[in-house]
Design a protein around this ligand. Structure first.
Ligand code: AP5
Length: 216
Protein backbone atom coordinates (compact mmCIF):
# COMPACT_ATOMS: atom_id res chain seq x y z
CA UNK A 1 0.00 0.00 0.00
CA UNK A 2 1.07 3.57 -0.66
CA UNK A 3 -0.44 5.75 2.03
CA UNK A 4 -0.02 9.39 2.87
CA UNK A 5 -1.19 11.01 6.08
CA UNK A 6 -2.74 14.45 6.29
CA UNK A 7 -3.46 15.67 9.79
CA UNK A 8 -2.84 18.53 12.17
CA UNK A 9 0.07 18.47 14.65
CA UNK A 10 -0.62 15.97 17.41
CA UNK A 11 -3.36 14.05 15.57
CA UNK A 12 -1.19 10.94 15.44
CA UNK A 13 0.60 10.96 12.07
CA UNK A 14 3.79 9.61 13.65
CA UNK A 15 1.99 7.13 15.93
CA UNK A 16 -0.40 5.72 13.33
CA UNK A 17 2.17 6.04 10.52
CA UNK A 18 4.55 3.74 12.39
CA UNK A 19 1.78 1.17 13.03
CA UNK A 20 0.63 1.17 9.38
CA UNK A 21 4.22 0.88 8.15
CA UNK A 22 4.90 -2.07 10.47
CA UNK A 23 1.65 -3.77 9.44
CA UNK A 24 2.41 -3.56 5.71
CA UNK A 25 6.20 -3.87 6.00
CA UNK A 26 6.56 -0.48 4.31
CA UNK A 27 9.07 2.28 4.95
CA UNK A 28 7.72 5.08 7.20
CA UNK A 29 8.86 8.32 5.58
CA UNK A 30 8.31 11.13 8.11
CA UNK A 31 9.50 14.50 6.86
CA UNK A 32 9.59 16.00 10.37
CA UNK A 33 11.80 13.13 11.62
CA UNK A 34 14.12 13.47 8.60
CA UNK A 35 14.45 17.22 9.19
CA UNK A 36 15.00 16.83 12.96
CA UNK A 37 17.68 14.24 12.23
CA UNK A 38 19.51 16.76 10.03
CA UNK A 39 19.25 19.37 12.79
CA UNK A 40 20.55 16.91 15.40
CA UNK A 41 23.51 15.96 13.16
CA UNK A 42 24.26 19.62 12.42
CA UNK A 43 24.30 19.11 8.65
CA UNK A 44 24.19 22.09 6.31
CA UNK A 45 20.54 21.27 5.56
CA UNK A 46 19.86 20.98 9.31
CA UNK A 47 21.40 24.39 10.00
CA UNK A 48 19.33 25.94 7.21
CA UNK A 49 16.00 24.64 8.59
CA UNK A 50 16.45 24.65 12.37
CA UNK A 51 14.85 28.09 12.85
CA UNK A 52 11.84 27.09 10.75
CA UNK A 53 11.31 24.02 12.93
CA UNK A 54 11.79 25.86 16.21
CA UNK A 55 9.26 28.52 15.17
CA UNK A 56 6.76 26.05 13.71
CA UNK A 57 7.09 27.49 10.20
CA UNK A 58 7.14 25.30 7.10
CA UNK A 59 10.58 24.76 5.57
CA UNK A 60 10.94 25.64 1.87
CA UNK A 61 9.09 23.27 -0.46
CA UNK A 62 12.13 22.39 -2.60
CA UNK A 63 14.03 21.03 0.44
CA UNK A 64 11.29 18.61 1.52
CA UNK A 65 10.40 17.62 -2.03
CA UNK A 66 13.98 16.60 -2.75
CA UNK A 67 14.15 14.58 0.49
CA UNK A 68 10.86 12.84 -0.29
CA UNK A 69 11.80 12.14 -3.91
CA UNK A 70 14.91 10.27 -2.70
CA UNK A 71 12.87 8.36 -0.12
CA UNK A 72 10.24 7.31 -2.68
CA UNK A 73 12.95 6.12 -5.08
CA UNK A 74 14.28 3.96 -2.23
CA UNK A 75 10.76 2.76 -1.36
CA UNK A 76 10.19 1.74 -4.97
CA UNK A 77 13.33 -0.39 -4.87
CA UNK A 78 12.01 -2.01 -1.66
CA UNK A 79 8.75 -2.97 -3.40
CA UNK A 80 6.46 -2.60 -0.36
CA UNK A 81 4.88 0.80 -0.93
CA UNK A 82 5.35 3.57 1.62
CA UNK A 83 3.73 5.48 4.44
CA UNK A 84 4.36 9.17 3.96
CA UNK A 85 3.87 11.30 7.08
CA UNK A 86 4.12 15.11 7.10
CA UNK A 87 4.03 15.71 3.35
CA UNK A 88 2.30 17.37 1.59
CA UNK A 89 1.75 20.47 3.74
CA UNK A 90 0.31 22.79 1.08
CA UNK A 91 -1.24 22.60 -2.37
CA UNK A 92 2.04 23.30 -4.17
CA UNK A 93 3.64 20.32 -2.38
CA UNK A 94 0.60 18.14 -3.15
CA UNK A 95 0.84 18.89 -6.86
CA UNK A 96 4.64 18.51 -6.98
CA UNK A 97 4.48 15.26 -5.02
CA UNK A 98 1.90 13.91 -7.45
CA UNK A 99 4.18 14.69 -10.41
CA UNK A 100 7.20 13.08 -8.70
CA UNK A 101 5.23 9.97 -7.75
CA UNK A 102 3.61 9.74 -11.18
CA UNK A 103 7.07 9.78 -12.80
CA UNK A 104 8.08 6.89 -10.54
CA UNK A 105 4.77 5.02 -10.93
CA UNK A 106 4.36 5.36 -7.15
CA UNK A 107 1.32 7.64 -6.66
CA UNK A 108 -0.52 7.26 -3.34
CA UNK A 109 -3.37 4.74 -3.11
CA UNK A 110 -4.86 6.36 -0.02
CA UNK A 111 -4.73 9.82 1.57
CA UNK A 112 -5.58 9.21 5.21
CA UNK A 113 -7.04 12.21 7.01
CA UNK A 114 -6.90 12.06 10.83
CA UNK A 115 -9.46 14.41 12.35
CA UNK A 116 -9.06 15.98 15.80
CA UNK A 117 -10.00 19.27 17.42
CA UNK A 118 -7.45 21.92 18.40
CA UNK A 119 -8.11 21.61 22.13
CA UNK A 120 -7.27 17.90 22.14
CA UNK A 121 -4.23 18.48 19.91
CA UNK A 122 -2.78 21.17 22.21
CA UNK A 123 -3.37 18.94 25.22
CA UNK A 124 -1.47 16.05 23.59
CA UNK A 125 1.43 18.19 22.44
CA UNK A 126 1.84 19.89 25.83
CA UNK A 127 1.76 16.47 27.49
CA UNK A 128 4.50 15.30 25.10
CA UNK A 129 6.52 18.47 25.81
CA UNK A 130 6.80 17.45 29.44
CA UNK A 131 8.22 14.07 28.41
CA UNK A 132 10.28 14.71 25.28
CA UNK A 133 10.99 18.45 25.17
CA UNK A 134 10.66 18.89 21.40
CA UNK A 135 11.64 22.49 20.63
CA UNK A 136 8.35 23.22 18.82
CA UNK A 137 6.10 21.86 21.60
CA UNK A 138 5.64 25.20 23.39
CA UNK A 139 2.24 26.88 23.73
CA UNK A 140 3.15 29.69 21.36
CA UNK A 141 4.67 27.46 18.66
CA UNK A 142 1.83 24.93 18.94
CA UNK A 143 -0.61 27.79 18.24
CA UNK A 144 1.44 28.74 15.17
CA UNK A 145 1.63 25.13 13.90
CA UNK A 146 -2.14 24.74 14.26
CA UNK A 147 -2.75 28.05 12.46
CA UNK A 148 -0.53 26.97 9.55
CA UNK A 149 -2.34 23.65 9.39
CA UNK A 150 -5.74 25.38 9.13
CA UNK A 151 -4.51 28.00 6.64
CA UNK A 152 -2.47 26.01 4.16
CA UNK A 153 -2.55 22.28 4.92
CA UNK A 154 -6.20 21.50 5.60
CA UNK A 155 -7.34 22.85 2.19
CA UNK A 156 -5.51 19.97 0.46
CA UNK A 157 -7.92 17.47 2.06
CA UNK A 158 -10.48 18.59 -0.53
CA UNK A 159 -7.96 18.08 -3.34
CA UNK A 160 -7.52 14.43 -2.30
CA UNK A 161 -11.29 14.11 -1.97
CA UNK A 162 -11.63 15.18 -5.59
CA UNK A 163 -9.05 12.52 -6.55
CA UNK A 164 -11.21 9.90 -4.81
CA UNK A 165 -8.45 8.53 -2.58
CA UNK A 166 -9.41 10.24 0.68
CA UNK A 167 -10.21 8.20 3.80
CA UNK A 168 -11.23 10.22 6.89
CA UNK A 169 -10.94 8.85 10.41
CA UNK A 170 -11.89 10.22 13.85
CA UNK A 171 -8.53 10.40 15.67
CA UNK A 172 -9.95 11.45 19.05
CA UNK A 173 -10.12 7.93 20.44
CA UNK A 174 -7.53 5.69 22.06
CA UNK A 175 -4.55 4.94 19.83
CA UNK A 176 -5.34 1.24 19.41
CA UNK A 177 -8.95 1.91 18.37
CA UNK A 178 -7.91 4.44 15.78
CA UNK A 179 -5.31 1.97 14.52
CA UNK A 180 -7.81 -0.88 14.33
CA UNK A 181 -10.19 1.18 12.21
CA UNK A 182 -7.41 2.36 9.89
CA UNK A 183 -5.92 -1.09 9.39
CA UNK A 184 -9.36 -2.65 8.82
CA UNK A 185 -10.13 -0.05 6.14
CA UNK A 186 -6.73 -0.40 4.47
CA UNK A 187 -6.92 -4.19 4.46
CA UNK A 188 -10.39 -4.02 2.88
CA UNK A 189 -9.07 -1.67 0.19
CA UNK A 190 -5.79 -3.47 -0.45
CA UNK A 191 -7.01 -5.93 -3.14
CA UNK A 192 -8.76 -3.11 -5.02
CA UNK A 193 -6.33 -0.21 -5.07
CA UNK A 194 -4.37 -1.27 -8.12
CA UNK A 195 -7.47 -2.45 -9.99
CA UNK A 196 -9.80 0.55 -9.68
CA UNK A 197 -8.62 3.62 -11.62
CA UNK A 198 -8.51 6.88 -9.64
CA UNK A 199 -11.34 8.48 -11.61
CA UNK A 200 -13.68 5.64 -10.56
CA UNK A 201 -12.89 5.88 -6.83
CA UNK A 202 -14.89 7.59 -4.11
CA UNK A 203 -13.77 9.12 -0.82
CA UNK A 204 -14.60 7.21 2.34
CA UNK A 205 -15.67 8.92 5.56
CA UNK A 206 -15.32 6.62 8.57
CA UNK A 207 -15.69 9.34 11.20
CA UNK A 208 -19.26 8.29 12.04
CA UNK A 209 -18.29 4.66 12.59
CA UNK A 210 -16.65 5.15 15.99
CA UNK A 211 -19.08 2.88 17.81
CA UNK A 212 -18.33 -0.05 15.51
CA UNK A 213 -14.67 0.15 16.44
CA UNK A 214 -15.16 1.19 20.06
CA UNK A 215 -15.82 4.87 20.70
CA UNK A 216 -13.64 5.10 23.82
P1 AP5 B 1 6.20 17.10 11.98
O1 AP5 B 1 7.24 16.30 12.66
O2 AP5 B 1 5.47 16.52 10.83
O3 AP5 B 1 5.26 17.62 13.14
P2 AP5 B 1 3.70 17.96 13.25
O4 AP5 B 1 2.95 17.98 11.98
O5 AP5 B 1 3.67 19.20 14.05
O6 AP5 B 1 3.16 16.72 13.98
P3 AP5 B 1 3.62 16.02 15.31
O7 AP5 B 1 4.83 15.17 15.05
O8 AP5 B 1 3.73 16.99 16.43
O9 AP5 B 1 2.34 15.17 15.61
P4 AP5 B 1 1.77 13.87 14.89
O10 AP5 B 1 0.54 14.18 14.12
O11 AP5 B 1 2.87 13.13 14.19
O12 AP5 B 1 1.30 13.10 16.17
P5 AP5 B 1 2.12 12.04 17.06
O13 AP5 B 1 1.85 10.68 16.58
O14 AP5 B 1 3.54 12.50 17.17
O15 AP5 B 1 6.84 18.47 11.45
C1 AP5 B 1 7.63 19.26 12.30
C2 AP5 B 1 8.12 20.48 11.54
O16 AP5 B 1 8.94 20.06 10.42
C3 AP5 B 1 7.04 21.36 10.89
O17 AP5 B 1 6.51 22.28 11.82
C4 AP5 B 1 7.86 22.05 9.79
O18 AP5 B 1 8.69 23.04 10.33
C5 AP5 B 1 8.74 20.91 9.29
N1 AP5 B 1 8.13 20.12 8.22
C6 AP5 B 1 7.80 18.79 8.26
N2 AP5 B 1 7.28 18.40 7.08
C7 AP5 B 1 7.28 19.49 6.29
C8 AP5 B 1 6.84 19.73 4.94
N3 AP5 B 1 6.31 18.75 4.20
N4 AP5 B 1 6.98 20.97 4.45
C9 AP5 B 1 7.52 21.96 5.17
N5 AP5 B 1 7.94 21.82 6.46
C10 AP5 B 1 7.82 20.60 7.00
O19 AP5 B 1 1.36 12.24 18.45
C11 AP5 B 1 1.51 13.40 19.23
C12 AP5 B 1 1.35 13.03 20.71
O20 AP5 B 1 0.01 12.59 20.92
C13 AP5 B 1 2.26 11.86 21.15
O21 AP5 B 1 2.68 12.09 22.46
C14 AP5 B 1 1.34 10.64 21.04
O22 AP5 B 1 1.70 9.63 21.95
C15 AP5 B 1 -0.01 11.24 21.38
N6 AP5 B 1 -1.13 10.57 20.70
C16 AP5 B 1 -1.17 10.16 19.41
N7 AP5 B 1 -2.37 9.61 19.13
C17 AP5 B 1 -3.11 9.68 20.27
C18 AP5 B 1 -4.43 9.27 20.61
N8 AP5 B 1 -5.26 8.66 19.73
N9 AP5 B 1 -4.86 9.51 21.86
C19 AP5 B 1 -4.05 10.11 22.79
N10 AP5 B 1 -2.77 10.50 22.52
C20 AP5 B 1 -2.31 10.30 21.28
Amino acid sequence: MRVLLIAPPGAGKGTQGALIATHFGSPHIATGDLLRDHVARGTELGRSVQDHLAQGELVPDDIVLEMVRAAIVEAKAGGNGYVLDGMPRNLAQARALYEIALGLDMTANVALHLKADDEELSRRLLARAALEGRSDDTEEVIRRRLAIYHEVTHPIVEWYGARGILVSVDAVRPIERVARQILTALEAMRPLVDLVPEHARRSIDLTGLGAAFGKN
